[in-house]
Structure formats: structure tokens, C-alpha cells
Design a protein around this ligand. Structure first.
Ligand code: GLU
Length: 310
């Protein structure tokens, strides 16, 4: 497949999807995200062997937000194994908003239903090994440097602080989980790590490369060396498919059919198995927290290049 060579069509699809930005809003519950420009839309597609195509404002950087949950999950699985991770977090979609607390109380045991909702992500981040927040975050960043080949990637301090200072709902989830022995240790340090993890800053090309590795059996984009064990890359793609687009994952699977994960910054990472990696940034969100123009763009890409995995 040579999608990257179809440059004019890619630009046109971005132009067409751009009109949907005016129907959404940028996230404002994290104050630092509220200053994003609603009218942006950018795309990168990576097809391996340094073949990349980009359209829109591709050098614009943005924070991973919930996309970081997929990467933290990979690290926790490498650290603790499947039994360790899934003893504390489930494998089922919830159908509820990403920050919902409701099922934690109504389900017994009080184990978060999956690693993509905030409660599950907090439990997963709590399992990353290291002696300090810096060491754990450093391990996650090194992993991302390896996935992208870009060792300058770091976290945006302003976004991290802005979320940390206002993360009362995530704080309540974390304290609830501690009471029920799902998370251990100091909750404020967990919140610090989680908010820094969510504030890791990339551009569309970085995101497309990460997506490519996940889609292509966890192998390094250039050397082919295994960075993510195959069974873990499969688990990542499966959660992206069943829960990656919040409580719109079912509709997205029908309309687009590509394992994808979104974040409230407006980013979407889409991994076509044995195919291209796609990175999108469009901060105007729909009411469920997904990039409104980004989803339209993925729908067009999926149709034009027959990327639906089902
Ligand atoms: N940092 C965000 C939060 O925990 C991530 C949410 C998201 O991107 O869905 O609220």
C-alpha cells in the first residue's frame, strides 16, 4: 500500500474534515488545554522504512493524554506480566464516560473494568516499576524514545501542573482504589506520575510511528528489533478496539474499524495491523471527548484505503 504517495488526496481529506471542527469544543476541565486552537487538524501516516506523509500543521506538538494509557499498559505488562496486571484491572468495556466512578462502587470486587478508563489507568500506572516518580516516568519516556526514534520527547510541565492542581475526580478514584487495595503507595505521587504521563508531548509524526510499531508486531520502525512483545502488542490493539474511543468505541469500530486510541487533547493514534500507523491532532472534541474532525478524517481514510480490519 502506498498511501503516503497519495499526497493530494490526503490534503483534500484533511481539508474536508476540517469543516467539522466548528461543531466541537476544546477540553477545558484541564485549564491548560483550554487555550488550544479549535480550528487545527493535522495528520501523519507512517508506512515503515522512513516513509511518512503529513498534512496540516504537522509540527504542532500536543500532549498524549489518554493515549499514554496504552503505553503505560505495555510497560506494566512487561513489568508485572498478564496475571499481575489483570489481577488489578479488568478486560471489559464499560459504556460509561472515561472518568466515571459509578461501576467502581456497583461492581464487586471494586476492580476497574479496563485500563483505558481513568480508574483502570491509575491502577496500571501504579504498577510501573521504579523507585521514584522520576525513575518511573523516565522509563516510560525511554520507551517512547525507542518507539519514535525521537529522544527529545519529554512532558509539558505546564499541562502536567495544570492537571495535577485540578485532578480532584482522578484523586477520588485513586483514593477509592487504595481503600479497596487495587492501588498501593502514596496517592499524591501516583497522581503526579499519572498527570506527567498524560502530559507527554509529541507531534503527529511521532504518534504515527508509535501507532506503526503497535500495528506491526511491536517491531522497531527501522531495525525490525522487537520493542514490544507480540502478545503485548496484541493486547494493546485489542483494548484500542474495544475501549480506545471512550464510550463511542462500538460506533467507531463500525464506521472506521481501525484499532485506535484518543485523548482529550484531541489526538488520535490509529494502528492498522500489518499496515500504516496514523497520528492525528484536532483539538475540537465531540461530547464524548473524541476529536470530531479527527474521527471524520479516519472514516475517510478507512474507506479510501480499505483499512477496516473487520
Ligand atoms: N489526563 C486526562 C484525565 O485523566 C486524560 C483523559 C483523556 O484523555 O481521556 O482526565
Amino acid at each position: 500500500m502506498n498511501i503516503c504517495g497519495d499526497y493530494e488526496a490526503l490534503n483534500l481529506m484533511v481539508e474536508e474534515a476540517l469543516q467539522y471542527t466548528k461543531h466541537g469544543k476544546v477540553a477545558n476541565y484541564i485549564p491548560a488545554l483550554s487555550t488550544a486552537n479549535r480550528d487545527l487538524l493535522s495528520l501523519s501516516i507512517y508506512e515503515g522504512e522512513s516513509t511518512v506523509a503529513s498534512a496540516g500543521d504537522t509540527f504542532k506538538t500536543f500532549t498524549l493524554q489518554s493515549i499514554s494509557k496504552v503505553l503505560a499498559l505495555a510497560l506494566a505488562l512487561m513489568d508485572k506480566g498478564e496475571d499481575g496486571v489483570f489481577s488489578r484491572v479488568g478486560m471489559e468495556p464499560t459504556g460509561d464516560p472515561f472518568n466515571s466512578i459509578i461501576k467502581l462502587e456497583t461492581h464487586s470486587p471494586s476492580k476497574p473494568l479496563n485500563p483505558m478508563i481513568n480508574a483502570g489507568a491509575l491502577a496500571v500506572t501504579n504498577m510501573i516499576e521504579g523507585n521514584s516518580v522520576d525513575e518511573k516516568l523516565g522509563r516510560l519516556l525511554s520507551f517512547i524514545h525507542e518507539l519514535t526514534g525521537n529522544s527529545s520527547i519529554t512532558f509539558n510541565e505546564q499541562v502536567a501542573i495544570s492537571e495535577y492542581n485540578t485532578a480532584d475526580l482522578n484523586r477520588s478514584l485513586a483514593y477509592f482504589l487504595k481503600q479497596h487495595d487495587v492501588v498501593t503507595g502514596n496517592i499524591e505521587r501516583l497522581l503526579e506520575l499519572y498527570t506527567k504521563q498524560c502530559a507527554i508531548e509529541v507531534n503527529c509524526e511521532d504518534l504515527a510511528k508509535i501507532a506503526y510499531v503497535i500495528g506491526n508486531e511491536g517491531r522497531h520502525v527501522e531495525t525490525g528489533r522487537s520493542i514490544i512483545p507480540l502478545h503485548i502488542a496484541r493486547i494493546m490493539k485489542t483494548f484500542m478496539t474495544t475501549c480506545g474511543m471512550y464510550n463511542a468505541s462500538g460506533e467507531f469500530a463500525i464506521k472506521v474499524g481501525i484499532p485506535s486510541k484518543s485523548g482529550v487533547s484531541g489526538a488520535i493514534m490509529a494502528s492498522v495491523p500489518h499496515g500504516p500507523g496514523i497520528g492525528i491532532y484536532g483539538p475540537s472534541l465531540d461530547e464524548k471527548g473524541n476529536s470530531i474532525a479527527g474521527m471524520k478524517l479516519l472514516e475517510s481514510l478507512s474507506h479510501r484505503y480499505d483499512l477496516n480490519i473487520f
